[in-house]
Design a protein around this ligand. Sequence first.
Ligand code: PLP
Length: 346
Amino acid sequence: MMIYADNAATTKMSRAAIEAMTACLEEEYGNPSSLYALGQRAKERLEQARGEIAAVIGADPGEITITSGGSEADNQALRTGAALGKRAGKTHIISTAFEHHAILHTLKRLEEEGFSVTLLPVHEDGLVRVEELEAAIREDTCLVSVMYANNEIGTIQPIREIGAVCRKHGVLFHTDAVQAVGHVPIDVKEQNIDMLSSSAHKFHGPKGIGFLYARKGVRLVNLIEGGAQEGGKRAGTENVAAAVSMAAATSSGRTSPSSWTGSRVTEKPSSSSFFRVWRMAWCSKAVEMRWVFPFFLPARAALRRAWLSASLPPEVMMISRGSALMTEAISPLAFSRVSLASWPRA
Ligand SMILES: Cc1ncc(COP(=O)(O)O)c(C=O)c1O
């Protein structure tokens, strides 16, 4: 027997995503840049996929750039915000302490290149405070990047409010929505989002494919120079089959608020200070993703791993046994995480 409970790390591909991918690999092997029929058919499939992906987050197809996944999308978003800022003489970026390394490491690089970075703290309830974010905005702030849903503890940040504050101050707003797309309803226009990153393997699509939404008017900087694919925003022959598969995975998800069952709001915070970290994960009033269950063992990494391995053999029970992000950002005592399948589907 094998129990897979680490869906925040990656998900099993849905049947629809596998079928869409294999059909495309077999039939549509043309290069979408080729002008003859086979190439143009591949191009059509790609554009259809782009439209389906855009619809999931309320974007226009032209605002979607297909990338190799979440890390690339995060890198491109931050580099875009930084480059546009620099052109306007602004070199300050705001983010949070519990972002994914795709964000944190890129910010480190940008710091080395002369940008200054403010990392907002994450509070006991696993959330950043909008007031603190607004107070951190300076004259020279060019970009705010706050993750949508956390991959370790599942908290969902107040994205619309953060976006509104950024709009008010004329600052670009990016969100790393790698753990959110396909799981919670997103409307980039209504939520004031300028750029958004996503990755297909987190919502039952294939690995190595994702997308970056950039609002019309936000001119992305290239990370990969070369041909004019993706509207000149990302060079390289497109992975049509993976993009089509990603679209198949998104379009079979639960994306409308009425079908949104993946969140919960817990109303009774614990008052005991002993359970401070536990409470942050389980009992905050924050909206959390129901399928990410962080749990806390009061032990340092080695002991925790030994306990877990003894009680839940790793060959049988596939769970995340430690949390790199949380140890750095919030607590010296690490979490483990069980993340169940979000929407099992045919
Ligand atoms: C929040 C978050 N951002 C970015 C990434 C990176 O995505 P990818 O693996 O597609 O590069 C991940 C993957 O774990 C993630 O959880």
